[in-house]
Design a protein around this ligand. Structure first.
Ligand code: SF4
Length: 63
């Protein structure tokens, strides 16, 4: 089980996470991204999303 956390206060809305991980990331109305799901069985492309984020606001917690 993994949990995705995003600090939306520092998200700059660059869209990189959505480009590399459209399975779980979308742009929201406020022009910042958000995860579709925060609790997943597999990390999948969320690891890439976290690593490309220029402000490192995506954290993946493995439980
Ligand atoms: S890559 Fe980071 S800063 Fe860019 S939209 Fe995604 S969460 Fe926000």
């Amino acid at each position: 089980m993994i949990e995705i956390k995003q600090d939306r206060n520092i998200c700059i809305g660059c869209g990189a996470c959505v480009v590399v991980c459209p399975d779980n990331w979308v742009m929201d109305k406020d022009k910042k991204s958000k995860p579709k799901k925060t609790k997943l069985n597999e990390v999948g492309c969320n690891e890439e999303a976290a690593s490309v984020c220029p402000v490192q606001c995506i954290t993946i917690i493995k439980k």
